[in-house]
Design a protein around this ligand. Structure first.
Ligand code: NI
Length: 183
């Protein structure tokens, strides 16, 4: 396993549309190792999600997990989930606001409106098609990672930039308003 270098906003890979994988590619040793390394990289940086473009690989793979995290003790837990070629096939009309951050946009947080619930059809790491029906924080993280695979970042989804905050200021003034994530 290896910890991978994270691409930051401004690197073209962050803005590229990532390519899909075939089931044979998903099961290849190269992709299986890549997924393991993405999980390790997500843990290393205390992220709750990581998309392959963020480690300079323009492929439709993302990993998500929210465990007990000392930096974010109040976040709802999300099991380890691997998204490959994910498609969001339906979204709730209800929109909720929440704080987000991104390992590719260090030291910032902002309030992002997202659909409160969604259905996501995705392959898992064995190449099996899954249908995830999720809501709340899990739905938020899926939307954040799905955006990465299309070349979008959370800044593009903010209604405006007035809540954009550095981490220190966020911890002083922002945390009592909304939940938050970093992915
Ligand atoms: Ni991100």
């Amino acid at each position: 396993m290896a910890i991978l270098k994270v691409a930051r906003l401004g690197h073209p890979v962050i803005r590229n549309q990532a390519v899909t994988l075939t089931p044979e590619e998903i099961r290849s040793p190269e992709i299986q190792t890549l997924i393991d390394n993405m999980i390790e990289t997500m843990y290393e940086y205390d992220g709750v999600g990581l998309a392959a473009p963020q480690i300079h690989v323009s492929k439709q793979i993302a990993v998500i997990e929210v465990n007990q995290n000392p930096r974010y003790p109040d976040m709802p837990k999300v099991p380890l989930t691997i998204l490959i070629n994910p498609r969001i096939t339906s979204r709730s009309k209800k929109i909720v606001e929440g704080w987000e951050g991104c390992l590719s946009i260090p030291d910032l947080r902002g309030v992002v409106p997202r659909n409160d619930a969604l259905v996501c059809e995705t392959f898992d790491r064995t190449g099996k098609l899954l249908k995830l029906e999720v809501e709340g924080f899990f739905a938020r993280v899926i939307q954040h990672e799905w955006d990465h695979l299309q070349g979008n970042v959370y800044l593009d989804r903010m209604a405006n930039l007035k809540t954009l905050s550095h981490l220190l200021e966020f911890s002083r003034f922002g945390a009592d308003v909304h939940p938050h994530d970093e992915s």
